[in-house]
Design a protein around this ligand. Structure first.
Ligand code: UD1
Ligand code: UDP
Length: 372
């Protein structure tokens, strides 16, 4: 039987999490030959996700270096992927989101005149440097892509406003909900000793921070605010799974190490992480994906950014933008610790990111486009 060849390319933790359910579905289709290429932009964080979802790459470009620069990373992905695309010549190259891997894989595919499908297309802040470099990465990927799998009608509207041909945009929901529903489990038992000992009847605040535009003073201000909240509230326990980026690790050690009731732990595997989200009282983060997952778990999110591309969740009230100024962060967290009405309004807000069927819609659409 004639098969179409779909090469999925991913490199970081969030891309792998959000593409895992799509890759599983591609693998189940007899009419599709699914090839997985990982750039290895994230070495350890990526490998955790591949192991959890039992994904075995056909190609691994192993590009990560300590404290890698954006230009160095771009050059390594471009040259290494070039050879693989020459060899495989897939019918479709599938990318996800807004990382350097996403943009460079799309560019390399374009140089080979191959079709590009973009999953999680159309997210925008329209602020070139926030988030940086992701806003530009997803714009550029949108320009290069042939098929746009938009998670929401809002992301579709962004693409239409940019003159993307409407027939090439498909609203599917976000595949992160597929991954989340498959992974969250009330019976799950933590293996991490600090998490096992944690009393979840207390106010457990889950905190993550890793964005490049927050490096330097904003991150110092954020970390100081978290410390102050813990000093002011004796019932609060903070769990901070620290990203492996040396910029983040260094500051976290300087400002938050050895503070009572602040648990600095390494990045968690996806399974313990989502189950920790589900059991926390409140989430404070600058992450993109967490803004989409938390509303499905009925957890309020305070977002440490000036702008967000997850405007749908702001509109339903599930998340709130609070910026990076210390005073504002302290006030907003304290408000959610005391004002139960506001807390419940945020917690009960509707999840705008889909029903867990996004990957199925994407794979059906690929079959429609290439086979039927
Ligand atoms: C990257 C993405 C960002 C995404 C984030 C998700 C780019 C430019 N940035 O940011 O969009 O939100 O991933 O987490 O694509 N490191 C390790 N091991 C790992 C991962 C990272 O040691 O498994 C360290 C390395 O020193 C590496 C550094 O972190 O050089 C930065 O990694 P990089 O992928 O460039 O940027 P992130 O900040 O992780
Ligand atoms: N995540 C994880 N372990 C952690 C922190 C986050 O598995 O210690 C998951 C989280 O549930 C989400 C994804 O990683 O699905 C988000 O990744 P990240 O915040 O690194 O990137 P972003 O979404 O901001 O690009």
């Amino acid at each position: 039987m004639e098969q179409i060849k779909v090469m999925t390319v991913c490199g970081t933790r969030p891309e792998a999490i959000k593409l895992a359910p799509v890759i599983k579905k591609l693998e189940q289709e007899a009419k599709i030959k699914s090839i997985l290429t990982v750039t290895g932009q994230h070495r350890q964080l990526l490998d955790q996700v591949l192991a959890l979802f039992e994904l075995e790459p056909d190609y691994d470009l192993a590009v990560m270096k300590e404290e890698q620069s954006l230009s160095g990373l771009t050059a390594r992905i471009l040259t290494k992927l070039d050879q693989i695309l020459s060899q495989e010549e897939p019918d479709l190259v599938l990318v996800h989101g807004d990382t350097t891997t996403t943009f460079v894989a799309s560019l390399t595919a374009f140089y080979h005149q191959l079709k590009v499908g973009h999953v999680e297309a159309g997210l925008r802040t329209y602020d070139k440097y926030a988030p940086y470099p992701e806003e530009m990465n997803r714009h550029l990927t949108g320009v290069l892509a042939d098929f746009h799998f938009a998670p929401t009608v809002k992301s579709r509207a962004n693409l239409v406003a940019e003159n993307i041909v409407e027939e090439q945009i498909f609203v599917t929901g976000n595949t992160v909900i597929d991954a989340l529903l498959e992974t969250v489990n009330p019976e799950y038992q933590f293996t991490n000793q600090q998490l096992r000992k944690l009393d979840f009847s207390k106010r457990v605040l889950l905190f993550t921070c890793h964005r490049r535009e927050n490096f330097g003073q904003p991150m110092v201000d954020i970390f100081k605010a978290i410390r102050r909240v813990v000093e002011q509230n004796s019932e609060v326990e903070v769990v901070f799974p620290v990203h492996l980026n040396p910029e983040v690790k260094g500051l976290a050690a300087d400002i938050l190490e050895d503070v009572e009731r602040i648990h600095l732990i390494g990045p968690l595997d996806y399974q313990p992480f989502v189950n920790l989200m589900a059991r926390s009282y409140l989430i404070v983060t600058d992450s993109g994906g967490i803004q989409e997952e938390a509303p499905s778990l009925n957890k309020p999110v305070l977002v440490l950014r000036e702008v967000t591309e997850r405007q749908e969740a702001v509109e339903t009230g599930a998340i709130k933008l609070i910026g990076t100024a210390s005073e504002q962060i302290i006030n907003q967290i304290n408000q959610l610790l005391t004002d139960q009405q506001q807390y419940h309004q945020m917690a009960q807000a509707k999840n705008p990111y889909g029903d867990g069927q996004a990957s199925q819609r994407i794979v059906r659409k690929i079959l429609d486009l290439f086979v039927n």
